[in-house]
Design a protein. Sequence first.
Length: 302
Amino acid sequence: HRRFDFRPKTDPYCQARYTFCPTGSAIPLMKEEDVIEVYRLQAPVWEFKYGDLLGHLKIMHDAVGFKSSLTGKNYTMEWYELFQLGNCTFPHLRPGMDAPFWCNQGAACFYEGIDDAHWKANGTLVLVTTISGTMFNEMAQWVKYDNETGIYYETWTVQASPDKNSTVWFDSYECSKFILRTYQKLADLGAVFRKIQTNYTSIILFSGEPIYLGNETSIFGPQGNKTLAAAIRDFYNPFKPHQSVREFFVDLFKIIDRVILNHQFYLFYNLEYWFLPMKSPYLKIIYEEVPLPVGSKASSGI
């Protein structure tokens, strides 16, 4: 996943249905001698809206919790979409604009408190390691860098087949990937993780070797490829915000038709368009183990 020099300003056209990080605060500076407990947090996506529904499908949201032994204060840190998931996954087709318009950014959110009931009810709240105040402060510096340079949310993982060692064409970049990067950073700083099973959700598309198509300018600009531009717009057309249940189902069948019968998917990744020659089983939601990390060799003496 490409790193960027800065986070672009958000366009006023992009409106979030739920405010991003409403109670967010700056990450505090911890005393070096503090001992901080680190918790793995996981619950079904959109639990506040649908209850445990998505828990049965194993579509989970991940976060990390911290508890300071000096102050007794708890904190939660997570990474999610600024304008909700639909906007990160599909673009808007705006009148008078040739190119699909993307409202896609993801970012870290840090706030005081851990909502124990939320994480425990249908999910997980479990201690994974203990770190010093110094390690916490170094992690906070890293979060700032990670947040300023890793800005686009990516819903899909794209790989060649369901086999364990299959080629991964594109990796997703979402809430669980941020948590995994955070754990890895802590391990590199010297944190030792407990031996417990940790599972994460991935939404995988299966495709033959992707074909590079170009960027917004080369496809939709004045010298662009009109036929390709029309094909991409046409592909994204069914994924618009829906007016009625009936229209939603009509569009859903169009999507299935396109992806499965025509073996087609157009992916927008790191500001570039790719064509995916889709193949069976087309799409899978998996919930699989990713072990907690072990520190890098360089830091084992810390």
